[in-house]
Write a protein that binds this ligand. Sequence first.
Ligand code: SF4
Length: 325
Amino acid sequence: MTSFQVIFKQRRAKVLKKTNFGCLKGVYTINVTNGCSLSCTYCYARGYSQAPPKGEVELYTNLPSLLQQELANPRRRENPDLVVFNTASDCFQPHPAILDVTYHSMKVLLEEGVTISFLTKGEIPPRFLQLFGRWPERVLAQIGLVSLSQRYWQQFEPGAAPPGVRLKNIRSLFDIGITPEVRMDPIIPFLTDGEGEVERFIRTIKELGVKRLSLSYLHLRPGIARQLEEELPPPYRDIIHSCFQNQAWAQVGTSTKTKLIPRPLRERGYRRIKDIAQAYGIEAVICSCKNPDLKGGICVPERIIKRHSFKEPKKRDRQLTLFPC
Ligand code: SF4
């Protein structure tokens, strides 16, 4: 586990705001913290201008009471029917104060009849499962998991829960009547996309009951490239260099400097993963936001798509600032 310090803050601005880009355009989103203690090496939210330095996380302690006030405000035109948690951080960062604020924020929303959605690489504590078990039909869960490899976890996601714990999250969610989806992002060529490893991964999540998987390969931004350079040992850095060395920085959606893995490599990899998933009866969807040059789909939970009648985002709306996980 990585060590970090929590800075307690009071939030002044309105909490319930709609996002205006990407797959989540028009959807209310909330981040309980600014910064994320999980410190994944590939996380682009760590490079945001407002992000605190590595090892620090700012926690908005008054979030539950602000939410309560906003939902009760008679002048509010509309209350959300869906709130997506933590688009630039993780809900289940292992710190008691963060978990407390997250728990009470989710409780306020669920008690008011709002559906919540989250994506996590952390461990979901039992009290959350008890809370979710009261309204399983209004909890949309995605588990971020790319590989079952311990080495991948230790090198790329050292602050996240080990793969076994994330599998346990999936099992626990099914036990209380929630059908979680899995997000395989970022897939690293030659490291996590080999046939044998993918087969083992998909067989394991199939045995747990998973039906839908979203896929995305690693992309680079200058900040991510720096982090990978500083935090990965040489063999991993070399693999990543070799994938991106002939790729130019390009505009992808609203992000002006992005490098994608070469298209033929991604196409082959997605095909391989999709074929294996199909053989196990799992639907695998390529994330459109992170693959604007390929025919993809929408990587948010299927029920969000149905609820909001989403269409694939327009090219100009596709961007890489949502769901860093
Ligand atoms: S990728 Fe997600 S879990 Fe990892 S540090 Fe970024 S926000 Fe946190």
